[in-house]
Ligand binder design. Structure first.
Ligand SMILES: Nc1ncnc2c1ncn2[C@@H]1O[C@H](COP(=O)(O)OP(=O)(O)O)[C@@H](O)[C@H]1O
Ligand SMILES: [Mg+2]
Length: 271
């Protein structure tokens, strides 16, 4: 049975879809068989980030309506042959899918995969329940700004209500800007740790490479010359249970930031 992970957040636009796509690519690169589910019905952009929008024949809604099986609706990635997408439908609404539907779909897919990763919509209503119900682990994405963190905190509370214990919820800090931490313009790890009191599984820098990649339909982790690709690989290895120190997430930064980052980490460890 595959491990089912939901990528979620309180605030929208913090990088859930980007992280889902890149985590999927990296796990697939490491030899895992991966299925990504786009649960952001009505918006659907996981397909675009993966460059698969022209290959979609059936969607999650066709599966829910019994038109096709979950397997029949899967789209295989063009480069990573062990990576699959169950696409969302743009014309449907979240109300057309229930948490029970999602559970049944994931149950049917899970014997065929090592990992099933569900890209969640922002917010806390029906779409969130759809995405979270079938999962056994959650990755909560936040940027290092207070509104994002306080929304993340609200989501952590909801996940706990859904029965997620703290060990099954991990935090990803995305769009980290070391020069802003240095100038005191960004929250430190200490602040984030204090508010969420959960393990931080990855720190991903803010990088233009990510934006360029989303626009070309090739996730940055499939670009061999990308620096930030290593950050997504570190995340994937930690998800697999490998012991990759969080410090490694900063190898991509230039030497000038090292002092700031050492400070960041001493705070993180004390946190
Ligand atoms: N680490 C990053 N560095 C720079 N831009 C990023 C990063 N992560 C995400 N983005 C950009 O932020 C925007 C929102 O990301 P997305 O993954 O769609 O968020 P969500 O799924 O949470 O709404 C996109 O334009 C994406 O390219
Ligand atoms: Mg998204």
């Amino acid at each position: 049975m595959g491990e089912v992970i939901v990528v979620t957040s309180g605030k929208g636009g913090v990088g859930k879809t980007t992280i889902t796509a890149n985590l999927g690519c990296c796990l697939a690169k490491l030899g895992e068989k991966v299925c990504l589910i786009d649960a952001d019905i009505g918006l659907k952009n996981l397909d675009i980030v993966l460059g698969l929008e022209n290959r979609i024949i059936y969607t999650l809604i066709d599966v829910v309506n019994g038109k096709v099986s979950p397997q029949e609706a899967l789209v295989r990635h063009k480069i990573m042959k062990n990576l699959f997408l169950l696409p969302a439908s743009q014309i449907a609404t979240k109300e057309m899918v229930s948490p029970e539907d999602m559970k049944a779909i994931v149950k049917e897919l899970s014997p065929n995969f090592d990992y099933i990763i569900i890209d969640s919509p922002a917010g806390i209503e029906r779409g969130f329940r759809n995405a979270v119900t079938p999962a056994s682990k959650a990755l909560v994405v936040t940027t290092p700004e207070l509104p994002s963190i306080s929304d993340a905190d609200r989501v952590v509370g909801l996940l706990e209500n859904f029965g997620f214990s703290d060990e099954r919820i991990k935090v990803i800090i995305n769009r980290f800007k070391p020069h802003m931490v240095k100038k005191g313009e960004m929250l430190t790890a200490e602040d984030i740790r204090h508010t969420l009191s959960l393990e931080i599984i990855a720190v991903i820098p803010d990088s233009e490479e990510v934006i360029v990649a989303s626009n070309t339909g090739v996730p940055v982790s499939l670009n061999g010359s990308s620096k930030i690709a290593k950050n997504f690989e570190n995340l994937a290895r930690r998800v697999r249970g490998e012991n990759v120190p969080l410090e490694n997430d900063f190898e991509t930064f230039s030497k000038g930031f090292i002092t700031t980052l050492k400070d960041f980490f001493s705070k993180l460890k004390r946190g």
